[in-house]
Design a protein around this ligand. Structure first.
Ligand code: SAH
Length: 251
C-alpha cells in the first residue's frame, strides 16, 4: 500500500481563510500530525488518528509523519498560516534529504495557506504593495547576530519588513532590541503594525509610529509589520487609518 504525506497550511485561524483543497486533504487523511495547538483547530472524524506534539521538535515530528506515510497511511501534517513559512514544510524536506532513500519515492504534496503577513496586511490596506521581506525574530534556530544583520540590511534596502515570532515568554527582549536597531535606520514616523490573533475572536490591530513602538504590544500571536519610508497612511474620521505602500518607488 502506498502512503501519502500532505503538508497543509491552515491559514491564520478562521475557517473561511483555509483553502478548500486543505479542507479536503484533512478530511481524506487517516492520520493528523502537528503541534497540538494547531490540531485543536481541526475536528477529527472517527477513524482519524491524531498525533499531537509540543511546539519544537519539528524534525522528529516530520520523521514520524514520514514513517507513517511509508507504512501506507494517508498523513496530513498541519501548520498555521502557510506551511512553507517558518513552519513544517521545510522540516519535512530536511528530514527527507537526510533520511531513508525510500522516502524520496513517497507522494508528498504541499497545500498553500494564507500566511499571517497576508492576513494582517489585508486588514489594514496594502502595506506589502511593493518590495518586502519576512524575518523571524526567533533565535532558537539561528544566532541573534544573524537576525540583526538581516534586519539592518532589510531596513537599509527599503523593504517593508514582516516580523514573525516577534515575542514570546521565552524570548522577551528580542523585539525591543530589533525596534531599537530599526530606529537607528528608519524615519521615526514609519508606521509599525502590531497585528495579534488575526481572524480569531480576539483579533487586535494597533498602528503606531516607529518612534513610539514598544515591545509590550506583541505576544506570540502577533505579526509585526514595519513599514518603509514610502509606506503611506490615509487618515479617516472615526475609523482606523489605512496603510499602503505605493506600487512605484523613488531611486
Ligand atoms: N506558518 C505561519 C507562521 C508560523 S511562525 C504563517 O505562515 O503564518 C508563528 C508566528 O506567526 C507567530 O509568532 C506570529 O508572529 C505569526 N502568526 C501566526 N498566526 C497569526 C495570527 N493569526 N495573527 C497574527 N500573527 C500570527
Amino acid at each position: 500500500m502506498s502512503g501519502r504525506l500532505t503538508i497543509i497550511g491552515l491559514g491564520p485561524g478562521a475557517d473561511e481563510l483555509m483553502a478548500p483543497e486543505a479542507r479536503a486533504a484533512i478530511d481524506a487523511a487517516t492520520d493528523l500530525v502537528g503541534y497540538a495547538t494547531y490540531l485543536a483547530r481541526i475536528l477529527p472524524h472517527p477513524g482519524q488518528t491524531v498525533h499531537g506534539s509540543d511546539n519544537g521538535a519539528e524534525l522528529d515530528r516530520a520523521r514520524h509523519a514520514l514513517r507513517l506515510a511509508s507504512a501506507g497511511h494517508n498523513v496530513a501534517v498541519l501548520s498555521s498560516g502557510d506551511a512553507g513559512v517558518f513552519a513544517m514544510a521545510s522540516a519535512v524536506f530536511e528530514a527527507i534529504e537526510h533520511g531513508e532513500a525510500s522516502w524520496r519515492a513517497l507522494d508528498v504534496r504541499v497545500i498553500p495557506g494564507i500566511s499571517a503577513m497576508f492576513a494582517a496586511a489585508a486588514r489594514i490596506g496594502a502595506p506589502l504593495g511593493h518590495d518586502f521581506c519576512a524575518i523571524s525574530l526567533s533565535d532558537n534556530l539561528k544566532p541573534w547576530a544573524l537576525v540583526l544583520r538581516r534586519l539592518r540590511a532589510a531596513a537599509e534596502a527599503g523593504f517593508v519588513i514582516a516580523l514573525y515570532n516577534a515575542a514570546s515568554r521565552a524570548r522577551p527582549w528580542q523585539l525591543g532590541a530589533a525596534l531599537d536597531l530599526l530606529r537607528e535606520i528608519l524615519p521615526p514616523t514609519v508606521p509599525v503594525v502590531f497585528a495579534t490573533a488575526i481572524s480569531r475572536p480576539d483579533e487586535t490591530i494597533r498602528i503606531i509610529d516607529l518612534a513610539a513602538a514598544t515591545p509590550d504590544l506583541a505576544d506570540m500571536r502577533t505579526l509585526v509589520l514595519v513599514g518603509s519610508a514610502e509606506t503611506r497612511r490615509i487618515a479617516r474620521d472615526a475609523a482606523p487609518c489605512w496603510l499602503y505602500t505605493p506600487r512605484s518607488a523613488a531611486s
